[in-house]
Design a protein. Structure first.
Length: 147
């Protein structure tokens, strides 16, 4: 039975005309998103006005690479909403570097630029939106540095 279906399917395909023009695959976006974004307008009032990242940037940041060095856990709150891009300020780093954060107990992560911070950790508006958590929430994350 399986062989009959196989031959019926592929036999039908063999009778199909092939296009005369070559098929060109769509361009693949860069694996690493541009984590920076333009500053929001001075008259911004709504969340979507403060988050100036593009849909392509959000999609790319939402699929961070796996691996890297686990630096530790952090509790983060919303940082300055006028500071654009995907970033986290944390005491777990001493210098700016690329990395990612992953929700503890969740299955979401986001690629960010890690900045040294003092006191409580902060996360960008754009990164919080990718993680799909409330903007007023305290979120617990694992912080990873790219190697």
């Amino acid at each position: 039975m399986r062989f009959g279906l196989f031959f019926a399917f592929f036999g039908g395909l063999m009778g199909c005309a092939l296009p005369s023009d070559p098929v060109i695959a769509p361009p693949v976006p860069d694996a690493a998103p541009v984590l920076a974004a333009p500053a929001p307008p001075e008259d911004a009032r709504r969340v979507d006005e403060f988050d100036t990242t593009t849909e392509a940037q959000r999609i790319a940041a939402a699929t961070p690479a796996v691996g890297g060095q686990l630096l530790g856990n952090a509790v983060l709150t919303l940082g300055d909403p006028t500071r654009p891009g995907f970033w986290v300020e944390t005491t777990l780093v001493e210098a700016e570097r690329a990395g990612r954060v992953e929700l503890i107990g969740g299955n979401k992560g986001v690629e960010v630029t890690l900045f040294p911070g003092d006191g409580s950790g902060r996360i960008s508006l754009a990164a919080l939106r990718v993680l799909e958590v409330a903007l007023t929430a305290l979120i617990e994350v694992e912080v990873y540095a790219d190697q």
